[in-house]
Design a protein around this ligand. Sequence first.
Ligand code: PRP
Ligand code: URA
Length: 214
Amino acid sequence: MTQPTDFPNLQVFDHPLIQHKLTWMRDRTTSFRAFRALLTQIAGLMVYEVTRSFETVPVEVDTPMTMTTGRRLASSITVVPVLRAGLGMADGVLEVMPEARVGHLGMARDENTLKPKAYLNKLPRNLEAGPVVLVDPMLATGGSASAAIGMLRDAGAVDLRMICLVAAPEGVQKLLEADPEVRIYAASLDERLNDQAYILPGLGDAGDRLYGTG
Ligand code: PRP
Ligand code: URA
């Protein structure tokens, strides 16, 4: 289940399994191998709630016993990880929704200006054809996410939602002002950003912790 927050664009997951796994991810002694596995697992758990409002259509199906009517997803779904750290979440989402198309957006935050620099934009065609799910574990200043959302809107995305792991109030507010239609799902709404725009308490640099860099 998700918990309403003071932000109309944000839902936070209070599921005990998600909270348990997130706490291991925050722990500085957790290895990058374990961190990667936990991120994949959490994304897989979150996807059920995120996709709850996806439309389905009735289809006839011939079981070994008889004809019956089942339901299938009405349109093609696109998952878009923000590189690098979003890749760790996309794996978990794709385990549950292997038929989804995948777009990639490469975005690196300049640690001096804190502005994102886009270095890759590889998206499927016809994004307007169905729901688009943006995935990135960290929503800090919101600079990367708002740039990514702008690129997805330019490419035609209409039904757009974002899954992150840890969100800072500053980032949620920025997205609320930039594009209030985008629903954000997070495992935690943390306290604030520090002077270097890292999330507190957060979990450090997600890309470095995922891939053992830094
Ligand atoms: C991290 C994270 C987000 C961004 C969030 O990526 O995965 O994309 O920072 O910060 P913001 O909300 O202030 O823009 P980073 O730029 O460190 O790149 P990486 O995933 O390659 O490490
Ligand atoms: N990017 C991260 O990986 N972590 C933060 O806390 C902020 C931005």
